[in-house]
Design a protein around this ligand. Structure first.
Ligand SMILES: [Zn+2]
Length: 275
């Protein structure tokens, strides 16, 4: 919406000048929206920092190569691009389930919630319940608003992505985590996607994984299944990229405006091998 000038008549039709009518209300609302956005950015940055802590180094070594299906391991971790490092640590923080210990996001919640602002606390509480990273078919879009369908559960979601759909076409599959910021779902890091030609047998692979998972974990929810199996999405993308002879995971939009995240990722990629 285009806002009127200070001295123009207010859009509400009161006949008052904008500055004497709705301007203050609008400004307060903008401040509030900025505060939620900033809370989300801050939290995500802090969480990924938390995930890089020395105490998780053993787990990091254990699962890095697992997540990347051997494409990266501890010896080549530094070669991850910033986006790849972000995606890995995002998964590590939210989806990785250590043995006999809560997920990293749950630990962070236990240890740091009391230090956070009310906006940050409310956001973090929601993130504990957020869906695991998944595969979403692009059903429709309008500007920055994307209509998505979970490739596995068929559930529909509306997401807001500041950089829009990038080069993803309708029917193609976005690999992302949808994180709520206030009441809006956003991609947690710059998302990857599967072009139409690379979706191939993904549905079959997931169906098989689901059958095996149901046998091992009767009554598991969709979220529990995805958390145990969403590395298969990356493995599929890697295998398809190999067939196509291009670098592993295409980004939805390389111009995404998350500089703070990018600089956090630069630090992440500087993680050195620890012996
Ligand atoms: Zn007004």
């Amino acid at each position: 919406m285009n806002k009127p000038g200070r001295n123009d008549p207010c859009y509400c039709g009161s006949g008052e000048k904008y500055k004497k009518c709705h301007q203050k209300i609008d400004q307060a609302e903008e401040r509030e929206q900025r505060a939620w956005k900033e809370a989300g950015r801050f939290l995500h940055r802090e969480l990924l920092k938390f995930a890089r802590d020395e105490r998780f180094a053993e787990s990091f070594k254990e699962v890095l190569s697992f997540y990347w299906d051997g494409y990266y391991d501890v010896d080549t971790a530094e070669e991850m691009s910033m986006d790849e490092a972000l995606r890995f640590f995002d998964w590590f923080a939210f989806d990785y389930q250590p043995k006999d210990s809560p997920r990293l996001v749950e630990l962070y919640h236990q240890e740091h919630r009391q230090d956070l602002s009310s906006h940050q606390q409310e956001t973090l509480d929601k993130w504990l319940e957020a869906e695991p990273s998944g595969a979403y078919e692009l059903v429709d879009f309008e500007g920055q608003t994307l209509q998505l369908r979970d490739f596995v559960s068929g559930e529909n979601y509306e997401a807001f992505e500041p950089s829009g759909r990038g080069s993803v076409e309708i029917g193609e599959v976005i690999l992302a985590r949808l994180l709520p910021i206030k009441d809006i779902l956003q991609f947690s890091t710059s998302a990857a996607y599967l072009p139409a030609a690379e979706i191939t047998d993904l549905a079959d692979k997931l169906k098989q994984a689901k059958e095996a998972d149901e046998e091992a974990n009767p009554g598991a929810t969709h979220a529990e299944f995805m958390r145990r199996n969403n590395h298969l999405l990356i493995h599929h993308a890697l295998a398809e990229a190999k067939v196509q002879g291009r670098p592993p995971v295409a980004r939805v939009n390389p111009n995404r405006e998350d500089k703070a995240m990018q600089s956090a990722a630069q630090k992440i990629t500087r993680i050195r091998r620890r012996r």
